[in-house]
Design a binder for this molecule. Structure first.
Ligand SMILES: CC[C@@H](C(=O)O)C(=O)SCCNC(=O)CCNC(=O)[C@H](O)C(C)(C)COP(=O)(O)OP(=O)(O)OC[C@H]1O[C@@H](n2cnc3c(N)ncnc32)[C@H](O)[C@@H]1OP(=O)(O)O
Ligand code: CO
Length: 134
């Protein structure tokens, strides 16, 4: 059911420094910072030929990545995001398979203006997993 890898998200302690590293040292195509208040993060997308990197920085005291950065002060891989055609059908099949959907279980609109959900990392081999309807 899952399709392409949409992005790999990396939580970072210094968003501008991380963006500059991808732009200047790695020569990547780095986007502008986007505040996502509904998700408690500021993101910068880095466009690669076959996928994207999503740099994540906390936005607000209740950011879901505050705890992650406390445990990983240098930053680290935070989640992977797979594309699906129908997020409700994907969610229902995954819940029926025993996977926990985070939050209230309903999709939210993600950084690309498309519906997203998250699966609990403890059910996904220790990897927080986002699904995005494309
Ligand atoms: C910009 C919008 C969107 C997009 O369009 O791309 C985004 O990507 S938004 C990205 C940020 N949003 C989210 O992460 C939402 C979902 N996340 C959550 O609901 C929470 O972060 C969490 C996954 C439930 C973790 O909650 P938290 O309170 O931070 O930690 P806990 O202590 O409760 O963690 C329990 C357990 O899970 C481990 N953990 C936590 N985060 C991760 C992670 N990213 N990857 C792997 N494992 C993770 C944590 O270490 C705990 O394990 P134990 O210590 O063994 O108990
Ligand atoms: Co994401």
């Amino acid at each position: 059911m899952i399709g392409r890898l949409n992005h790999v998200a990396i939580a970072v302690p210094d968003l501008e420094a991380a963006a500059a590293q991808y732009r200047d040292a790695l020569g990547a195509n780095v986007g502008a910072p986007q505040d996502e208040p509904d998700h408690g993060v500021t993101v910068i997308f880095i466009e690669l030929p076959n996928t994207k990197i999503e740099l994540l920085y906390p936005l607000g005291e209740d950011s879901p990545i505050n705890g992650f950065l406390e445990k990983n002060p240098s930053g680290g891989i935070h989640h992977v995001c797979y594309e699906v055609d129908d997020i409700i059908a994907a969610r229902d099949q995954m819940v029926a398979s025993g996977l926990r959907v985070l939050g209230n279980g309903e999709p939210k609109i993600g950084a690309h203006g498309k519906p997203v959900i998250f699966l609990h990392p403890k059910d996904m081999n220790g990897t927080l997993t986002e699904l995005e309807q494309v």
